[in-house]
Design a protein around this ligand. Structure first.
Ligand code: HEM
Length: 183
């Protein structure tokens, strides 16, 4: 439970934040590489498998983060922060949760609806099931594919805003806000 007067995130929240942050970066890079920049078919297939497995791991990590967040309130924003900035930060954080569930979910729907029915192996260890009843539904596959692409563009913009906010607070407002989310 939250501590009275706490001014930083819990250790578990910090670990999940940085794990998810680096994983999402790797997901964005791998997604762009495999669709637009790699022509070698074997490498492309391997990257698709890695992308699908890691994306599903991200979804599980984000669900864990959400469960943890409901039991452990984050520290309040610094009192010097103007109201509109608090609202913007709060909105951005919840948008991240929504996007980080809906992006992997659209990916999962897309591969489940594909007529090829290719399996999704989690690092070669076990097979992740497809969502039942979707295989071969081309319109679902197309819709999920468009959704996946659009949502990843939205998250790229939000990541930019999130980092810009952190830099502004550190360099311009001289508030060491990163300390709250560090080890
Ligand atoms: C946080 C999680 C994820 C992120 C950030 C992410 C990001 C991306 C990006 C940036 C692309 C390239 C989009 C484009 O320009 O066309 C992409 C494509 C793709 N992703 Fe993901 N992805 C995630 C999770 C998943 C999951 C869980 C799956 C499947 C289980 C998946 C399956 C795919 C597939 C099949 C494509 C290729 C789509 C096409 O052929 O156009 N992704 N992803």
């Amino acid at each position: 439970m939250p501590h009275q007067g706490q001014d930083r995130y819990t250790r578990i929240a910090v670990i999940l934040h940085w794990l998810i942050a680096f994983a999402v970066l790797a997901m964005l890079i791998s997604g762009l590489l495999m669709t637009d920049f790699i022509s070698d078919k074997v490498l492309q297939f391997q990257l698709y498998q890695w992308h699908k497995a890691s994306g599903l791991v991200v979804m599980v990590l984000v669900l864990l983060r959400l469960v943890w967040r409901f039991g452990h309130k984050p520290p309040p924003f610094p009192s010097s922060m103007p109201g509109y900035e608090k609202k913007a930060a709060h909105g951005t954080h919840w948008a991240f949760y929504i996007l980080l569930i809906s992006i992997p979910l659209t990916g999962w729907i897309m591969v489940s609806a594909s007529p090829f029915g290719l399996p999704t192996l989690i690092y070669g260890l076990f097979e992740w099931p497809h969502i039942p009843g979707l295989v071969g539904m081309e319109w679902v596959e197309e819709l999920a594919k468009d959704g996946h692409e659009i949502l990843t563009l939205v998250i790229m913009i939000l990541i930019g805003l999130h980092i810009a906010g952190a830099i502004k607070h550190t360099l311009i407002d001289k508030e060491n806000i990163l300390r709250r989310m560090w080890f």
